[in-house]
Every structure is written in structure tokens, then in C-alpha cells.
Design a protein around this ligand. Structure first.
Ligand code: PHE
Length: 467
């Protein structure tokens, strides 16, 4: 029962940029380039693009269509489709609840690094112990996390149009231009190391885009497939309720198919450009070994060393880089928070302000706990993947490795086998335009995607080990 008219995006550009803002996040910057360097350069890129056009397209279409069809938040949408499937709404809403606190902590780290480069103190961050020293300190990570959260809170509090849509329209074009600018710059650099070997950005670009089959075995090829699958899945922000929430704000006469293609294109182009900026820069100054790590150590340890090695211009490039990362993190965190806020609003009929305060407090308290997890509350817990993790790693493991593949798999079963794919296809075609890749979609959602997701789940749970 709706008492108030639901918010909606003003136009399709606003929707596309907001959804792309969600999709383009830390994963595009700290994981995509690392995987590409590890998994045979152009080989990984090719596998990723094929998967994006098939598997990624199907999952993204499904969630956005569920959102628009039900006009409900993730928490309430599944139950509206089928009463017995309400549990899936609960699970998919749980994911952003868990992610928000630790994403804010990482967002806080980005705020801090941006600030350091802004005041010209970038070189200090290149010190070997700098990052560890910072994240394990008492108060500062908490203050930075709260700063990041406050920015996100403000945008979500302002609402779908004035907050999310307006900010994405400003942030996303700037983000695209920055990543393009740094990528072009990265191609112009060169460096001679102590042994007299000269490496250039163009050499690095070759490592990134030329397919390498060196030492390739069937097992390794399978690893490339699973890596690309996992990355794509995370990068499109599916299985965490976000695309359902955003889809619920799309008007009925909008062309969904076209918007979905644009969102995927935006996400993939930024991921590609992030690689074209990071792989050549790291390769030039550190050689291939520089790309051995992805994630936080690439962003907060290796890259500051690269910026330092660039000399005076490095601080400027570092500043633009961390501003761009901050933009990417803000728009992603906004979408995570909106998934929870919209759920609270729909389920409990709260006002936006009240829902923002509830979720803001959960994120703040959870964020403080995660920060403490690096000092006072530090512990190491063995994870099924074989790694050891602290609080942040455990939350990341539960949301990304366990819940997300389960939610996506269950969604495929609900749409593919219970409601039938026509439920989504009809929704996409509601405005009168025919849905492209319709047959492909049916095969994907019924057969291929569930199998892929099942394999991904086995790998993430540590049941299936890759080469
Ligand atoms: N899609 C984002 C990325 O690629 C990840 C993300 C978005 C994670 C929203 C959580 C929430 O980095």
C-alpha cells in the first residue's frame, strides 16, 4: 500500500550515471588492473568483455527489471514477486547492511590519502610503514571514516533527485575525464632502473592489452574465467539489492535495455582505463613484480611509491588520482546506503530522514568497530579460503563470498524457473521497444548463470581450489 508517490529519477541520463556510479568503485581501480596483469593481460580483458555482454548483462537486467516491476526496495521486492521468497529480500538487504560499515572505513582511508596529497604531503605516504601505521592508529581512521560517512549520508538524505541523481551527474563525468587524463599521462612516462634497464609506459600498456598465453594450462584458463566472473559480478553491484532499489526509481516509459547497455559500457570503460593508467605506471617504476598485489596494498602502498618516483609531478597526479578514487567510492557507498534506506522506508514506512538516521547510526557504530579491529580488537581468524582475517576481512568474506553468490543464484532460480524469464522480458519491453539478446537472456538466466554462480560459490567457500 503506497501512501506517497514513489520518487523517481528525472531522466534516463540521471539513472544511468547513478547506476554507473554504483558500479564504478574501488573494485574497478584496485582489483581489475591487478587481475588483468595476473591473468594474461588481453586474455583476461577478452574473457571479461564476453562475460559482461552475456552473464553480466543478464544479472543486471534481471535486478533492474525486478526493481521497476515491483517499485519496491530489495527487502520488499522479492516477497511481492512471490510471497514465499521474502527471505531472499532479507538476504539481499543484509548484504549492504554488512558492507556499508567497512566500505566507509576504506572510504575514510581514501579521504586521508587525498588530504595528504592535497596538502603536498604525498611523499610521506610512500614510506614502507606508513599505511600500516595509519590504519592501526587510534582515532584518526575513525575520524576519517566518519567524514566519509557524513558526505554519503548528506547525499542520500537529500533524496533520489536532489542527492543521488544530481551528485552523480557532476561526479561521473569528472571521474571519467580524470581516469582518462591519468591513463594518457601514464603512457608518456619512462624510467631507467638501477641496472640500467629502461621501461616505458607504452611497454606497460603492451603487458596490459596483449594476450599472453605463457604457461597457460586448462587449469589456469579456468582460473581466468572464475577471476573474471567474480570481478564482473562484484563490479556491476548486483546481488546486493542496489540495482533493485535504483530500478524501482526508473519511470515506466524509460528504455531499460538501452540504459542497461550504457551502464555496462561505462563500468567496463572505467575499469579498462583504470588498468591503462595503473598497469603502465606501476610497470614503468617497479616492473612486473609491482603488480603482484591487488586491493589495498596496490592502492595505498605500491601506488604512493610510484607517485613518489615520478618526482614533483607525482604529488599532483596522486592528488587527482585519490580525488578520483574518492568520487568512485562515494557514489558506490551512496548506492549501498540507498539500498538499505529504501528498504527501511518501504518495510517500516519510515520517512527518508528517519531511515537515513537509523542506517547512518548502524554504519557509524559498525565502522568504529571495524576501525578498532585494526588495533584494540585485533584478532586473526582463519577463513575457508586459507587466508587469515580480522573483522573487516570477515565481514567482506560473509557478504562477498557467501551471501552475494547465494542471492544471485537464488534470483536466477526464481526468475528462470519459477516466474519464468518472460517476467523480466515483459518488463524490459513495457515501453514498446524490443529487448535485445532475448534468447541469450533466457539461456543465461536459466542455465549458464546459475552454473557459473554455483562454481563461483564453490571457489569462494574454499571447496574448489583453483590452479
Ligand atoms: N561495484 C563496486 C566496485 O566495483 C563495488 C561496490 C559497490 C561494492 C557498491 C559495494 C557496494 O568497486
Amino acid at each position: 500500500m503506497e501512501t506517497k508517490k514513489r520518487n523517481s529519477f528525472g531522466g534516463s541520463i540521471g539513472f544511468v550515471l547513478a547506476a554507473a556510479g554504483s558500479a564504478v568503485g574501488l573494485g574497478n581501480i584496485w582489483r581489475f588492473p591487478y587481475l588483468a596483469a595476473k591473468d594474461g593481460g588481453g586474455l583476461f580483458l577478452a574473457v571479461y568483455i564476453i562475460l559482461a555482454l552475456t552473464f553480466g548483462f543478464s544479472l543486471l537486467t534481471t535486478e533492474i527489471a525486478i526493481g521497476r516491476k515491483t517499485k519496491q526496495s530489495p527487502l520488499t521486492a522479492y516477497g511481492m514477486l512471490r510471497k514465499k521468497w521474502k527471505f531472499l529480500g532479507v538476504l539481499s538487504c543484509l548484504v549492504p547492511v554488512i558492507i556499508m560499515p567497512y566500505y566507509s572505513v576504506i572510504g575514510g582511508w581514501v579521504v586521508h590519502y587525498f588530504k595528504e596529497y592535497l596538502v603536498g604531503n604525498g611523499e610521506a605516504t610512500a614510506d614502507n610503514n606508513y599505511f600500516k601505521g595509519f590504519i592501526t592508529s587510534d582515532l584518526w581512521p575513525i575520524i576519517m571514516m566518519a567524514t566519509f560517512l557524513a558526505i554519503v549520508f548528506f547525499i542520500v538524505f537529500m533524496g533520489v533527485n536532489k542527492g543521488i541523481e544530481s551528485s552523480s551527474k557532476v561526479i561521473m563525468p569528472i571521474l571519467l575525464l580524470s581516469v582518462l587524463g591519468i591513463a594518457i599521462f601514464a603512457l608518456t612516462i619512462s624510467h631507467t632502473d638501477e641496472t640500467g634497464v629502461v621501461r616505458t609506459g607504452m611497454d606497460g600498456l603492451k603487458v596490459y592489452v596483449i594476450p599472453s598465453f605463457e604457461g597457460m594450462t586448462i587449469g589456469k584458463l579456468f582460473t581466468v574465467l572464475i577471476d573474471a566472473l567474480g570481478q564482473l559480478f562484484f563490479s556491476l553491484s548486483v546481488a546486493m539489492g542496489i540495482m533493485i532499489a535504483y530500478g524501482s526509481y526508473v519511470k515506466d516509459d524509460a528504455n531499460l535495455g538501452k540504459s542497461i547497455n550504457q551502464i555496462e559500457l561505462f563500468d567496463t570503460v572505467v575499469a579498462f582505463l583504470a588498468g591503462a593508467m595503473i598497469v603502465p605506471a606501476v610497470y614503468t617504476f617497479m616492473g612486473k613484480e609491482g603488480m603482484e598485489n591487488g586491493g589495498p596494498s596496490l592502492m595505498f602502498v605500491s601506488l604512493p611509491k610510484v607517485f613518489k618516483a615520478m618526482g614533483g609531478v607525482g604529488n599532483v597526479i596522486g592528488c587527482i588520482f585519490f580525488a578520483m578514487v574518492l568520487f568512485a567510492a562515494i557514489t558506490s557507498a551512496v548506492s549501498v546506503m540507498e539500498a538499505v534506506v529504501s528498504s527501511l522506508m518501504d518495510q517500516f514506512h519510515l520517512s527518508r530522514a528517519a531511515a537515513c538516521i537509523v542506517e547512518g547510526l548502524i554504519a557509524l557504530l559498525g565502522g568504529i568497530a571495524v576501525c578498532l579491529g585494526y588495533n584494540k580488537w585485533y584478532f586473526e581468524c582463519p577463513l575457508p579460503t586459507g587466508d587469515k582475517g580480522n573483522l573487516l576481512d570477515i565481514m567482506d568474506y560473509i557478504s562477498n563470498n557467501c551471501l552475494m553468490p547465494v542471492v544471485a543464484l537464488a534470483t536466477c532460480i526464481l526468475i528462470g524457473w519459477i516466474l519464468k524469464p518472460s517476467a523480466v522480458i515483459d518488463e524490459v519491453e513495457k515501453n514498446g521497444s524490443a529487448m535485445g539478446r532475448k534468447r541469450l537472456y533466457i539461456v543465461m538466466i536459466k542455465f549458464v548463470a546459475p552454473i557459473f554462480l554455483f562454481l563461483l560459490l564453490l571457489e569462494r567457500l574454499g571447496i574448489m581450489k583453483l590452479a
